[in-house]
Structure formats: C-alpha cells, structure tokens
Write a protein that binds this ligand. Structure first.
Ligand code: SF4
Length: 441
C-alpha cells in the first residue's frame, strides 16, 4: 500500500565494506520500498531489514528506478545512512507550555527552528522527551506492536488539573491512564519533571514522584527512572507570564525535598529512582552528589550526573594521558560557564602534559540571554560572537552535547562546518572523555 505522506528515503552515506557498498549504492540514491513496503522512518527501515531476503526498490539520482534483490543474514546491516530519521512528516506538538524553549527563542530565525516536535519515534530513536498528548489510536497501536520501549515522557505533574494547566491542553490529564497502558504491555518509560516554582512544585512535586514510584515495580518497572529538572528561562519569554525563575533558595528547597524522597525510594524500591539534574546543585551552590549516587546513570542525557560521570571517566582515563605531545599543541576547550569550576581539575591535568596547552573558554549564552549556561545550550552564534578574533590555537574542543541529536548542527541551526569556516579554526566535536584525550594526543 502506498502512503502519500512518505517520501523515498534519501541516502547520504554508504558505509565502506557494507552490503550496500558492494551492490553499488551511492549517496543521492533514494530507497522507496523494502519487500513492497514503504518505510515511514528508521524504525520501519530497521524492522523491514530484519529479514534474509530483501527486494529493494531504489530510485537513483537520475530518477531511474531499480529493483534489487539481496540475500543476507537476518541481522546483517545494509550499511546505509539517511538524511533524516523520519521519511514522513514530523509529529508536532499540540501543547502550549509556558516554559517551552522553542517559544523562548529569538524572533526572525529560520522557520524550522520554531517546529515543535513531540514525536514518539524521535523519543525511541534518540531519547527526546514527548508528552503523549498527540498520539492517534494508530500510533498507540504501533508503539505496542513494535514494542517501542523505552520512551521518554515529559510528565511534569500527575494530577490532571496541574498537568492540563502546565501544558495548556485538556488532553494532558490522561497521564496516569497512559502509565497503566504501558504497564499492561510491559513497556517502559523514563520520565522527566520540569519544576516550575508556584505551579508544580511543593506538594504537587511530591504527589508526582510518589505516583510515578508506584509504577516502579516488578521485573520490568514501567517507570524506570525520573529526572527532576529546573525550568529554564530565556530573555525572549513574554514580559508577562506565570513563570518564576528558580532562585538559589528554591533550588535548596527542592534538593532537600527530593533527597528526602530518594531516601524513601532507596528503602522501598532499592533504587534512588528520582534524580535531581546537576543544574539544581549549580544554582544552589551545593556540592554535587558522589559518583556512586547515580547508579547506571539512566538520565545522563538529561543533565543528571553528567558532570560527575565526566569527572569520573576522566580520572579513570587520566592514566592514558601522554607525558608529552610533540609537536607542541594548543587547543581551546569550550564549555558552559556553569561547569567552569567543576572542570578545573581536568584542565589542570591536561595542562600538565608537556607541550600541551588547553585554554578553557567558559561561556554564557547571549543567544538565550542567560548569565549562567550549561554546555548543552550554547549555540553556534554564541561561539561565533565570543571566540571571533581570538587566538584559538590548533582547534576548538567542542563538546558534542551542543549539537542536535543525530546532526551536526547547533541549537540555532548553525552547522559545525559553517562555524569552523567563520572562525577559521578546526572544530573537533568530542563525545566523551576518550574522544577528548584522542583529540589532544
Ligand atoms: S510539549 Fe515541548 S515542544 Fe510542546 S509546548 Fe511543551 S515544551 Fe514546547
């Protein structure tokens, strides 16, 4: 059956030594169908490819259609990469959260920057958060049939009226029924709660965490973990809104409240279960919890434990640091100014290597208008404004958390290549400690 919203998937890369390379696929070709089915997205693609005999319909760059038959092992990858994970339309958000970062962007940017995704497929593939308020019966059925688990759900509050108020959507009150739906199917979610002072904090936060904890039981806990995150505000929010920024006093109060619940969860659930994002401790001016606190780091991509994890990984890897580098090298390491202090031991260790000079550039974001900024929110424009004209050495060590998932763009859509050209310096994206050390060697 042909679905008119699905576009043939544009191939951008053919991995060397792969089946696709052997057959002669080229970037620019488009995959139309696999065994007569048009893939809607990467999820379909992966499911359809899990077969031993594949009939592929391919459109080449000149517009000619080819039918190709492939025999392969069941789980063998074809070796194709595509320009996007979605071959049909993005499922967009139908909420109006006052704290939405998309609405808090500068005006006059490219239209694509104002697209609000709330797409379960991106959640499954990349761990982005979704609200479950826009799913049709067809999509719920697909999640169940393909067992798309875990998904990452922005819960914010479990009391229907509080969640409806926050998301400005009458459909938002269904969250506890939806948790039961996941439970009945043994599918998992990771949850997040963005705390907005005066709206979903205090007793509401306690209610939410207790409700979610009631779904953390059995062999496959429905709610695997919760991240508690402070609301982030930018200078572009409306002059009058209902949001109150998180003050150091508020951060201390929330830390205290959640830590009391964590003690209970450790007794009853044998897991800390609900974790505080690093930002709470940075705002409160408090020490971060020790490395052992974070268990398997289930919410690390949401800024929970990422500083501790980085410090620990660096301490473990420091033994692989060379004693000297030759010829001498000089780099600029860009981070958000929120982690400037925490990362000083790393900077010190790097600069102890003979011949190596690493200068930390701890920046805040003028793009968002924040005086204290976490690394993941720095944009290409921020880097351009603050680094232009400076001696950046042999290159910029660029934490990859600044880049959008599955992409080489910053949050403001500037590409890594564009910035490298403008700054006339190589940009070296680093995905973790190992890549950091490899770059400086
Ligand atoms: S659900 Fe997400 S994208 Fe939609 S309005 Fe709320 S914060 Fe914005």
């Amino acid at each position: 059956m042909s679905d008119t919203t699905i576009r043939p998937a544009l191939i951008t890369k053919v991995l060397p030594d792969s089946i696709a390379a052997e057959i002669g696929f080229e970037p620019g070709d488009r995959l139309v169908a696999i065994n007569g089915n048009q893939p809607r997205d990467l999820i379909d693609y992966q499911f359809l490819c899990a077969d031993e005999v594949l009939e592929l319909e391919v459109l080449d760059a000149a517009g000619k259609t080819h039918q190709i038959e492939i025999e392969k092992d069941y789980d063998e990858d074809l070796g194709l990469e595509f320009d996007t994970a979605l071959f049909d339309n993005l499922i967009q958000c139908n909420n109006r959260c006052p704290f939405c970062f998309i609405d808090q962007q500068p005006p006059g940017k490219r239209q694509s920057l104002y697209l609000k995704d709330d797409d379960y497929r991106l959640s499954f593939l990349y761990g982005s958060y979704l609200t479950l308020t826009n799913l049709t019966p067809r999509e719920w059925e697909r999640i169940s049939r393909l067992r798309l688990s875990p998904l990452y759900v922005s819960v914010h509050a479990t009391e229907p009226e509080v969640r409806i108020h926050l998301l400005k959507n009458p459909r938002a009150g269904e969250i506890l029924h939806q948790m039961k739906w996941f439970q009945e199917r043994r599918l998992q979610i990771h949850a997040q709660v963005v705390v907005c002072p005066g709206i979903n904090d205090g007793v509401h936060l306690e209610r939410t965490l207790l409700d979610l904890a009631s779904f953390h039981n059995g062999e496959v806990p429905t709610v695997a973990s919760v991240a508690v995150v402070p609301v982030g505000l930018t200078r572009f929010r409306p002059t009058v809104d209902e949001l109150i920024p998180v003050s150091p006093e508020k951060a201390q109060e929330v830390i205290c409240q959640v830590q009391t619940l964590q003690d209970k969860f450790r007794c009853s659930l044998k897991s800390t279960f609900a974790w505080l994002a690093d930002e709470w401790f940075l705002i409160a001016g408090q020490e971060l919890p020790p490395e052992s606190h974070y268990e398997e780091y289930p919410q690390i991509d949401n800024g929970v434990g990422s500083i501790r994890s980085f410090l620990k990984q660096f301490a473990d890897a420091a033994q692989h640091l060379p004693q000297r580098v030759s010829p001498p090298r000089k780099f600029t390491w860009v981070v958000g100014n929120a982690v400037e202090k925490a990362f000083q031991p790393i900077l010190h260790a790097l600069n102890s290597v003979e011949g190596l000079e690493v200068n930390m550039s701890a920046l805040c974001s003028d793009y968002w208008g924040q005086t204290i900024t976490v690394t993941g929110l720095l944009t290409g424009e921020d880097l351009l404004q603050k680094l232009r004209g400076r001696d950046l050495g042999d290159g910029i060590l660029l934490p990859a958390v600044m880049l959008k998932y599955g992409d080489s763009c910053f949050l403001d859509d500037m590409t890594v290549e564009e910035l490298a050209v403008q700054l006339n310096t190589p940009l070296l994206p680093v995905r973790g400690v190992e890549e950091l050390i490899t770059c400086i060697k």
